[in-house]
Design a binder for this molecule. Structure first.
Ligand code: ZN
Length: 81
C-alpha cells in the first residue's frame, strides 16, 4: 500500500500527508487547510480574549464557544501580577 490517505477530523476532507503532519504537529489533530485556518483564528482570538476581555467584541456564534471554553478554564482565583 503506497498511498495512505488522511482525512480532516472535522469535515472528512482528504488531506495530503504533508498537511497531516503539519496539522498534527501544530494542532494535535488532522485538519484540512480550511479547518487549520479556523483553528488558527480560534487560537488567536482566544489569546486576544485572554489579553483584554471585552464581551462586546464577542458576537458571532463561533467565538461564543471559544468564550465558553475560556470561561470554563478560567481560574476562579484572581491572578497575581
Ligand atoms: Zn476540514
Amino acid at each position: 500500500m503506497a498511498m495512505e490517505s488522511y482525512r480532516c477530523v472535522v469535515c472528512q476532507e482528504e488531506i495530503t500527508a504533508k498537511e497531516h503532519s503539519y496539522s498534527t504537529r501544530f494542532f494535535n489533530m488532522a485538519l484540512c487547510r480550511k479547518h487549520q485556518e479556523i483553528q488558527k483564528m480560534a487560537k488567536a482570538r482566544q489569546a486576544e480574549v485572554e489579553q483584554k476581555p471585552s464581551p462586546t467584541t464577542i458576537e458571532t456564534k463561533n467565538t461564543a464557544s471559544v468564550e465558553a471554553k475560556v470561561l470554563e478554564g478560567a481560574p476562579m482565583l484572581p491572578e497575581e501580577k
